[in-house]
Design a protein around this ligand. Structure first.
Ligand code: FES
Length: 127
């Protein structure tokens, strides 16, 4: 867990030992320190992707880290849209990443042609 942490800082000195907290992220059991935010605990565990963009599926993570941008929203104990960067972890907390939503125009996520030519090639391939 200390792998991704600054444990010795020239101004802030040594990282103090704190009580370990166990929580889950997408079904995986992880540990963090007491007073860690969800985002800092996940980052310390090497996890940078907190959710997928609802439409494009692009990975999203910490952006402002001060609670303004909502890029870090996750589901916590069944409550959606919780900001991971300002929410402290708690023992046995269940955190789930945000998922890409199915498109109402393409619910099965099939390949959609982007050009007329691509459409015609797909259409020819069907015949
Ligand atoms: S990273 Fe901006 S609100 Fe959490």
């Amino acid at each position: 867990m200390k792998r991704n942490r600054i444990i010795e800082h020239p101004i802030l000195d040594q990282l103090e030992e704190r009580k370990t907290v166990t929580f889950q992220f997408d079904g995986k059991t992880l540990t963090g320190y007491e007073r860690d935010t969800i985002a800092s605990a996940l980052l310390a565990n090497g996890i940078r992707t907190l959710r997928r963009h609802e439409h494009s599926g692009a990975p999203r993570g910490i952006y402002c880290n001060i609670g303004h941008c909502f890029e870090c929203r996750v589901t916590v104990n069944g409550t959606p849209n919780v900001r991971a960067c300002i929410t402290p972890i708690e023992e046995n907390m269940i955190v789930e990443s945000g998922k890409q939503l199915p498109s109402p125009l393409n619910p099965n996520n099939e390949h959609v042609p982007k050009t007329y030519r691509e459409y015609m090639e797909m259409k020819d391939g069907e015949n």
